[in-house]
Ligand binder design. Structure first.
Ligand code: NAD
Length: 508
């Protein structure tokens, strides 16, 4: 495979890395990377042992001594070079993302573009780690705040964004002065190794020490070493709500910090005043794109009863046109699910919703033919359902779109917010009152709320994350950088008196 060669990871048995060096190739335990396109094996990768993990942490702690004292704009310069290196490797890395994860090539490229964009953003941020100055109540005193790095940022990521989510965290954490230990998903180990290899080129060129950008590989157990480890003051974890609850408990137990980016159950309200054609296009992309495996995928539609039937019919028309198949082919819009477990989860969800009384009005089948042999392909499903059914309340990580009806906006908002998750949301309406109500304090309870824009596909400039069981973390743009730093309030007395705060007299 040409792209593996171009990424420098062909025929290797790599895994753990402290930066430029891959360590521990003698490890016995391995994870095989398989492509969901046809189920074939791509390569073996090694699993980090406990000894190697400790070696990585110790190297990272040493590197932190130097990195935290490197001026932030100089750290930004390293991230700028990483962005350039990613531009060079965009095509090959995008292809690997498609090959190992199964999203279509355009989306694979989009993921790498997101990495490049966050590098650019972080470079600018490296000159803007602003602290405020406040007037002191005491004469000849100056009070201000500064932001300092935390130390090692542990990053645990999910399979569905195998490269972008890492860089949202790592590039911002790096300009903030932290060193990083990344554990990618065990379902996409080669993507992590390829990214590490790209970053290594920049580290080498700049003669930087080992320990700034580190990689550990493996599953839950390696993740648990990180969450239990007091030497990692911050854990940024992306994945399922189940995982997030475990991580939150463990890290809180040692009073560490977390950024949690967990599951969503995202809905779009479609008003009778919507531009239905625009809505239908956004819904189709949100629901079937990435085969329903985005945290922001559209899972629920809450449709005004007057436009329910026309929209439903239009969606079925669009779904019939969607090309399902090999994600590397140009005309494919929907690739495979990640594995057999994902297929089983989808089939079980469809069975459960039908047992409740829901109707599958389109799709849902597992696709098996010669061309798709060995892959995990399904036809995206449209299902009528009630919002309060248990299965609709859950995030099934597959392309199932649940349709419900409403009569007035208050009812729609209450249905919309009537789930435990709170990531991305939207309303399609040309009625300004409806749009503004949806964005107001009594509207959507999600971290992301849009008008005439679907739920899927956020831009890096905004803070990304969600409320309730989605975890409450924010990553990427806006002032998300603050979560990777510690705030320090400083007061300096430049006078010759010793006045106390609150006017307290304390004569000694
Ligand atoms: P997952 O929870 O199975 O695994 C995610 C990561 O957590 C993996 O690296 C895994 O090894 C690790 N892990 C699992 N249990 C752990 C534990 N107890 N301690 C430490 N680490 C542990 O998720 P997945 O199937 O890879 O990804 C799909 C999920 O991720 C979906 O729920 C999706 O919505 C969510 N997701 C959320 C966002 C977001 O930004 N909100 C982004 C992408 C994916």
């Amino acid at each position: 495979m040409e792209f593996l060669k171009k990424l420098g990871i062909e025929g290797t048995n790599l895994g753990t890395s402290t930066g430029q060096k891959f360590i521990g190739s003698g490890a016995k335990e391995t994870i095989s990377s398989h492509t969901p396109i046809d189920g074939s094996q791509i390569a073996d990768t090694t699993v980090t042992t406990r000894e190697e993990y400790d070696q990585v942490v110790n190297t990272a702690l040493e590197a932190f001594e130097e990195w935290r004292m490197t001026p932030a704009p100089k750290r930004g310069e390293i991230v700028r070079q990483i962005g350039l290196e990613l531009r060079e490797h965009k095509e090959y890395l995008g292809r690997l993302v498609t090959y190992e994860m199964g999203k279509i090539y355009q989306e694979g490229l989009g993921e790498v573009q997101e990495m490049i964009d966050i590098c650019d953003f972080a470079v600018g941020q490296s000159r803007m780690l602003y602290g405020k100055t406040m007037p002191s109540e005491r004469p000849r005193h100056r009070m201000y705040e500064q932001w300092h790095p935390l130390g090692i940022t542990g990053i645990i990521s999910a399979f569905n964004f195998p490269v972008a989510v890492y860089s949202w965290n790592a590039m911002i954490a790096a300009v903030a002065g932290n060193v990083m230990i990344w554990k990618g998903s065990e379902k996409t180990p080669l993507c992590s190794i390829a990214v590490q290899n790209i970053i290594a080129k920049v580290l080498k060129r700049n003669d930087l020490p080992e320990g700034i950008f580190n990689l550990v590989t493996g599953g839950r157990e390696v993740g648990e070493w990180m969450t239990e480890d007091e030497r990692l003051p911050l854990i940024s974890a992306t994945g399922s709500i189940r995982m997030g609850k475990e991580v939150a408990k463990t890290v809180a137990g040692r009073l560490g910090k977390t950024i949690l980016e967990l599951g969503g159950n995202n809905a779009i309200i479609v008003s009778k005043d919507a531009d239905l054609e625009m809505a239908a296009r956004a819904i189709a992309f949100g629901a079937v794109g990435t085969c329903g495996q985005r945290c922001t995928s559209t899972r629920r539609l809450i449709i005004h009863k007057e436009v329910f039937n026309p929209l439903k019919e239009r969606l079925v028309e669009i779904y019939k046109e969607v090309n399902i198949g090999n994600p590397l082919k140009e005309d494919t819009l929907v690739g495979p699910l990640i594995d057999q477990q994902a297929i089983d989860n989808m089939q079980n969800a469809l069975q459960e919703v039908q047992d409740e009384g829901g109707e599958v009005i389109y799709g849902g089948e597992v696709l098996e033919n010669k061309q798709l042999d060995g892959g995990h392909y399904v036809r995206p499903a449209i299902v009528t359902a009630q919002n309060d059914w248990d299965i609709v309340q859950e995030e099934t990580f597959a392309p199932i779109l649940y349709l419900t009806q409403y009569s007035d906006l208050d009812e729609a908002i209450s249905l919309h917010n009537g789930v435990k998750q709170g990531l991305s949301s939207s309303i399609f309406t040309l009625n300004i009152r409806e749009g503004e109500t949806f964005l107001s304090a009594r509207g959507s309870d999600c971290g992301i709320a849009n008008v005439n824009v679907g739920t899927s596909g956020a831009e890096i400039g905004g803070a990304f994350g969600g409320e309730k069981e989605t975890g409450g973390g924010r990553e990427s743009g806006s002032d998300a950088w603050k979560a990777y730093m510690r705030r320090q309030t400083n007061t300096i007395n430049w006078g010759s008196e010793m006045p106390l705060a609150q006017g307290i007299e304390f004569d000694v």
